[in-house]
Design a protein around this ligand. Structure first.
Ligand code: ADP
Length: 793
């Protein structure tokens, strides 16, 4: 074997042997013995099979190779020598030792150390196995996570770091009505509109590096908002958002969890509405009890009776307070409480609250102090009664929980930064400071929760529902502010709250003020004498009541005041008015509803003129108002001249009304069982006589004729309405019939109509038919009587 070949072989740890036909070694490479099982047996002249026992058994193949029947043969072996710690893997190849291109009877045995390759192969196989196992584990864990995510009751959306939706779970697909493929790649704000409001917060908090393998804290948690579905529905949801951070960019982004709040909201709403309804139902009779005890207390009572009445009244009042609290609270909770946005005098509001509590403070010999701040705006926009409510509540608590010392109210205002298209650029802060029992620090965070009192002994000693502060919190938040407290046990507490508002332009506020004082404007104080009018002012806000009453006084008018539509109707029924100044937005019964009642109840000739007091924004509804029976408008705040102008326009009706009132009065004076009260007809004649343009007799005759012509039609319509069970129409018809009949003196007939009206109002359907029959029978008498009367003219 030449040395080149030997060198090449040695490069790959390949050794060789040449054996003769008797298996004797006739040539060998120097290190071939190192690859043999028995290395010392590998020597020239020795049988190669002793050193390499693997070669036993290949004799037949060997002779085939020698004879040229087979080219070569390869076999593998492992050598476990004591010297080498690890086994050595060898490949043995046997070939003919060809010389000069001719086969010989010698064999060339090449032995190669393939240990390295074998180890590598083995580790590759092992690696592949491991990878396989890992893959199966991963697949299983993905399935596991997928199944958990799919079975989640909450909707889950995963986005990229830039907010593009990557995956959504089954619940999200159902909730949002999108297939996964449809929504993927869209921005999260497609379905979660308000997410942009949180963008900054999410981004800011998301920037804080959290450990990759730590617990994930949501960036925002259960924020109540709405999501938008594919078909455009908005669904209330609570959403949480967490950041996902891994080392691989692909697995980074945000996870959004949306909880459908529809059912919960509906249940809450139903609960609150029920509470509001029940409280309202209780409030009405309780208010009646208090009212009655008031009246009772002014009658002749013995001393113990007086005491009983006082107890009933006080208990009634306490009960009413609690109910009002519950009503307020449930209204706020159900989102039904609307905060007014009307201009009002801040100072009046504060003083009203203070004046209500002065007596209470005096009784406990506490000083009640108000720190007036000259920089406070005069006229601000907001809800005076709700602001007063918070003040009264805090002042009341301060007095309640203070035995010695003082209660101080301070008010400050500051400019605030406007966000977006907000209008309110002022923040007003109120502080109610007392020197009372204080509140232990560990109980402070319970204070503003509903039905929480510091401890039960407080309830026993001072009473209360624990709703007051919860309501104050809600109200101040509804007014764009917040509430908090600083307190030291046995030293006192300071309750702070803020509201956001804006001051009314000075010009306008001056206008209100100057009008109230009427200092600069020349007003004819004798207007009322020249044009006397009986005015009913219907307005729920004391400040507005005062302001308008003051303007009227300046003109010489003394108006009666009603606080809402219901009170207005009661007042109108008890005596005639020429003009009703009707606020449109009022509790219990608003101006529009009251107007509808007035239009129904009084005929145009006797109806007072209704002047709507509205916010200027409402003037766009002018047409609607006019159609409803409203005669004129005043947009608040208004000038005294404007008020004067609308009142002057009211004069026209005055005389006419007076006449009809007299007719009505005459009617009621002469009410008897006669079929026709002739005094009524005489009165019509007398009234007609006043008017030179008409022939009085003819006027009476036409009136009778018209009536005789109209009434049978009415009776027919009544019959139709009855057979159609159209009770509303029926009621309207008998109402009109009653009043027109009364005008003509058909008192008995009119009485029957009114009776039927009452039956209809009380829904006593079973009596309706019988009463209609009576009315029809009576009409026959009326007809005869009227024809007879007609003859007389
Ligand atoms: P309530 O209607 O029962 O008065 P509030 O919500 O107004 O309920 O007050 C809740 C509780 O807070 C009171 O019962 C009292 O324990 C405590 N509290 C409120 N104001 C004060 C105060 N000025 N000083 C001490 N404790 C107060």
């Amino acid at each position: 074997m030449n040395s080149l070949f030997t060198n090449i072989l040695s490069l790959r740890r390949i050794e060789y042997l040449i054996i003769n036909e008797f298996w004797k070694i006739i040539e060998l490479s120097p290190k071939v013995n190192l690859l043999a099982e028995y290395s010392h047996e590998v020597q020239l002249g020795k049988d190669v099979r002793i050193g390499f026992p693997e070669l036993f058994g290949v004799e037949v193949i060997a002779s085939d190779i020698r004879e040229g029947k087979q080219d070569n043969f390869e076999l593998k072996g492992i050598i476990r020598t004591k010297k080498a710690l690890n086994p050595i893997y060898i490949d043995i190849r046997i070939a003919n030792n060809i010389k000069d291109n001719l086969i010989s009877n010698q064999l060339l045995i090449v032995v190669e150390d393939v240990t390295e390759r074998m180890v590598l192969e083995q580790s590759l196989v092992q690696g592949a196995n491991e990878a396989n196992l890992l893959l199966r584990t991963l697949t299983a864990s993905k399935q596991y996570i997928d199944q958990i995510v799919t079975s989640m009751a909450d909707a889950l959306l995963v986005t990229t770091a830039s907010g593009k939706i990557k995956t959504i779970n089954r619940t999200a697909q159902i909730l949002l009505e999108y297939d996964e493929a449809e929504i993927c790649g869209e921005s999260i704000s497609t379905v979660l509109k308000e997410v942009d409001n949180w963008k900054e917060e999410i981004a800011q908090r998301g920037n804080i590096q959290t450990p990759l393998f730590g617990p994930i804290t949501p960036l925002v948690k259960e924020v109540e908002t709405f999501c938008q579905t594919k078909s455009g529905k908005t669904i209330p949801v609570a959403f949480s958002c967490s950041k996902v951070q891994t080392e691989i960019e692909h697995f980074q982004g945000y996870v959004y969890i949306l909880r459908d709040m529809t059912a919960r909201k509906q249940a809450e709403l139903a609960k609150q509405e029920f509470l509001a309804m029940i409280s309202h139902e209780i409030r009405t009779p309780v208010a009646a009890v208090i009212g009655m005890t008031d009246i009772l207390s002014h009658t002749d009572l013995s001393e113990p009776q007086e005491e009983f009445v006082e107890t009933i009244r006080n208990s009634g009042k306490a009960l009413l307070e609690i109910i009002n609290d519950i009503l307020d609270f449930s209204k706020i909770e159900s989102g039904n409480l609307e905060i007014e946005q009307e201009p009002f005098h801040l100072n009046s509001c504060i003083e009203e609250a203070l004046s209500l509590l002065t007596l209470k403070a005096q009784e406990k010999q506490l000083e009640l102090i108000f720190h007036r701040n000259s920089e406070l705006p005069t006229l601000i926009v907001g809800d005076i009664s709700r602001l007063r409510q918070i003040l009264i509540n805090l002042l009341n608590n301060a007095i309640k929980f203070t035995e010695n010392g003082s209660v101080e109210l301070s008010v400050t205002s500051r400019e605030r930064q406007i966000i977006g298209n907000e209008k309110n650029n002022l923040e007003i802060q109120f502080a109610v400071k007392d020197t009372g029992i204080g509140i232990p620090s560990n109980l402070i965070n319970r204070l503003f929760k509903a039905f929480s009192q510091v401890n039960s002994s407080i309830t026993r000693k001072y009473g209360g529902t624990g709703l007051g502060l919860a309501i104050c919190k809600q109200l101040s938040e509804l007014m764009g502010g917040k509430i908090w407290v600083e307190s030291q046990p046995n030293q006192g507490s300071t309750f702070y709250f803020t509201i956001t508002t804006r001051a009314i332009k000075t010009q306008l506020s001056q206008q209100w003020e100057s009008e109230a004082k009427a200092s600069d404007i020349v007003i004819d104080t004798a207007i009322a004498q020249k044009h006397p009018l009986k005015i009913l002012l219907v307005e729920d806000y004391t400040t507005n009541q005062r302001m308008i009453a003051l303007m009227l006084q300046r003109m010489g008018y003394q108006a009666d005041v009603a606080n809402n539509g219901l009170e207005a109707l009661t007042a109108l029924r008890s005596q005639p008015y020429d003009v009703v100044l009707m606020d449109m937005q009022m509790p219990q019964m608003d101006g529009m509803t009251a107007t509808q009642h007035i239009v129904q109840e009084w005929e145009p000739s006797v109806r007072p003129r209704i002047i709507a007091l509205t916010a200027s924004a409402m003037l766009s509804d002018k047409e609607k108002y006019l159609a409803s029976g409203i005669d004129d408008f005043l947009a608040k705040p208004f000038h005294i001249e404007q008020l004067m102008e609308v009142l002057t326009n009211c004069q026209i009706n005055r005389e006419q009304i007076n006449k009809v009132i007299k007719v009505n009065q005459a009617e009621s004076r002469n009410q008897n069982d006669l079929i026709i009260d002739t005094a009524a007809l005489q009165e019509i004649h007398r009234i007609a006589n006043f008017n030179c343009a008409v022939n009085a007799k003819e006027f009476v005759l036409t009136t009778i004729d018209d009536y005789l012509q109209e009434t049978p039609k009415f009776l027919q319509e009544i019959q139709v309405a009855l057979s159609n069970s159209n009770f509303n129409t029926l009621r309207r018809l008998v109402h009109i019939l009653s009043s027109s009949s009364a005008t003509l003196g058909a008192s008995n007939f009119a009485g029957l109509c009114t009776e039927l009206e009452m039956t209809l109002i009380n829904e006593m359907w079973e009596e309706v038919k019988e009463q209609i029959d009576k009315i029809k029978a009576e009409y026959e008498n009326v007809e005869i009587a009227l024809i007879q009367e007609r003859e007389k003219y």
